[in-house]
Design a protein around this ligand. Structure first.
Ligand code: COA
Length: 454
């Protein structure tokens, strides 16, 4: 479909836009005057409190004398440090994403039998409903896996016998189904994208019952279904790191806003996918990869700090990159000195980069991470600490796992599903009020002019 059928229509859209521009300028500087909490942020940079949660805590600064003081970031799932979850899984040499999903959903670590049963339940819920792939994924394919995922989640409503029931039992059943089925949808959607848009072969491998979610993703993605234990554990680690990020992150908040209206699970979670796709949110992971391609092409000596800084300066001034003025993968609403997820990913990337012959690229990535804050302060004159966020290194890790860029943000969605579901359940059971902030209206009342007098 093209939105413009002919040149005449294109001209008329231009005319409509000119008309729009004449009447729709808002001076954003006025926000302060009216006490607008832009970005739902208080004047001191902290987020506006929108609710209470038991699910996740993101700690990025300390308040001292009313000022935000930079500290190393910490992330807690149900009160347990992310680093402790990761370290224990590594020590016990086992997969941890399913355990993390249990922890986020139910609030406590599972016992061994509970975890085994949960993994079995997930394994049984992995398959798509009969006809779903043919009717919902293969028909009307999308070049973008995130859009296909959002549409598929919305479509699951029609396949659920009891979609509107908001009892805890039903919300749990829907959550487990969504956690289990999302990877299958994402891989199917990617395979169809390969076939239709890239003119390459597509593979529909069956999930394996006894495999963890990470193992099944690698199995169904690879033509030969072969992967190493090390690769699967690294993907599992990525999934753990992305599983939740508090109620205030854009997609969890979207889930909560929609859930507060009383809408169904599929409507709320397809909106979460739409939010995550944005380049300021989860979509940043693919944007980092694109940005690094610009930098690799535009900087002749990757060891020259001056050249790299110059390029970053031009990105911030919208003269290079995608024109957004953003250095992707840098900055965070809460973290100041460091994002613990980025620290863990960087450590793991380091171990693998040399073996994969990607050490030069990894060195360049580290340089960009080191130089970006300096350039940021120079250009913006803002002394606020800025650090690499989770998206800075995740694409590089996925690349080392031979996963394609089209799957970077969808994998974030696969991982975030337990977090979104936990926030939806919490919002429904404890929120109890529709979310409805206010907007200051800037216009003054005026008379309606009859058509023949304009
Ligand atoms: N590149 C360019 N400008 C940035 C920036 C970056 N990486 N990070 C922050 N800024 C800008 C913001 O746009 C904002 O500008 P404004 O005052 O003109 O509106 C200013 O610096 C202060 O922003 P801050 O309050 O620190 O961050 P935020 O909460 O508004 O935004 C992000 C947080 C994550 C959206 C922002 O850092 C960003 O866009 N980063 C790049 C995209 C990215 O990596 N997203 C993944 C997040 S996990």
């Amino acid at each position: 479909m093209t939105l413009y059928e002919n040149m005449e229509q294109r001209d008329s859209i231009q005319f409509l836009c000119e008309e729009f521009r004449k009447h729709n300028h808002i001076d954003i500087e006025q926000s302060e005057k009216y006490g607008v909490k832009r970005g739902l942020r208080n004047a001191d940079g902290t987020g506006v409190l929108a609710g209470l949660t038991l699910i996740c805590d993101v700690v990025g600064y300390e308040m001292k004398d009313g000022q935000r003081t930079a500290i190393d970031g910490e992330l807690y799932y149900r009160g347990i440090r992310l680093n402790d979850i990761v370290d224990n899984c590594v020590r016990e040499n086992r997969f941890g994403f399913e355990e993390t999903a249990w922890l986020l959903l139910f609030g406590n670590l599972p016992t061994k039998p509970q975890l085994e049963k949960f993994m079995e339940t997930i394994a049984m819920a992995r398959d798509l409903p009969a006809g779903f792939s043919e009717d919902m994924i293969q028909k009307a394919p999308s070049p973008n896996v995130m859009n296909k995922l959002a549409r598929s989640i919305l479509a699951l409503y029609s396949y659920d016998d009891n979609p509107e029931d908001q009892s805890l039992e039903n919300l749990m059943a829907q959550s487990i189904k969504l956690i289990a089925i999302t990877p299958t949808i994402v891989v199917n959607a990617y395979q169809v994208k390969r076939w239709v848009y890239d003119k390459k072969s597509m593979y529909f491998h069956q999930n394996k019952r006894e495999y963890s979610l990470a193992q099944n993703i690698l199995r169904t993605m690879r033509p030969d279904k072969i992967f190493t234990e090390e690769e699967a554990k690294l993907l599992d680690l990525c999934l753990i790191l992305h599983a939740d990020h508090g109620g205030g992150n854009n997609s969890a908040f979207a889930t909560r806003v929609l859930s507060s209206s009383g809408t169904d699970t599929y409507s709320a979670l397809s909106a979460a996918v739409g939010s995550l796709k944005g380049p300021r949110h989860g979509g940043a992971n693919i944007k980092v990869t694109e940005m690094m391609e610009y930098i690799k092409a535009g900087v002749s000596d990757w060891n020259d700090d001056g050249q790299i800084k110059d390029f970053l300066r031009r990105i911030l001034n919208r003269e290079e990159g995608d024109g957004s003025g953003l250095i992707y993968g840098m900055g965070h609403a809460v973290y100041t000195k460091s994002d613990p997820r980025a620290v863990i990913l960087k450590r793991n990337a380091e171990q693998l980069a040399e073996a994969r012959g990607l050490d030069k690229e990894f060195e360049l990535l580290k340089r960009v991470e080191r130089l970006a804050p300096e350039v940021f302060y120079e250009v913006k004159g803002d002394k606020k600490p800025i650090c690499a966020n989770v998206d800075f290194y995740s694409g590089f890790v996925y690349k080392m796992l031979r996963l394609p860029p089209e799957l970077f943000t969808p994998l974030f969605a696969v991982a975030r599903m337990p977090g979104w579901c936990a926030h939806r359940i919490e919002e429904i059971l404890t929120g109890g009020r529709i979310m409805r902030p206010a907007y200051k209206a800037l216009m003054t009342p005026r008379a309606y002019i009859p058509l023949d007098q304009r």
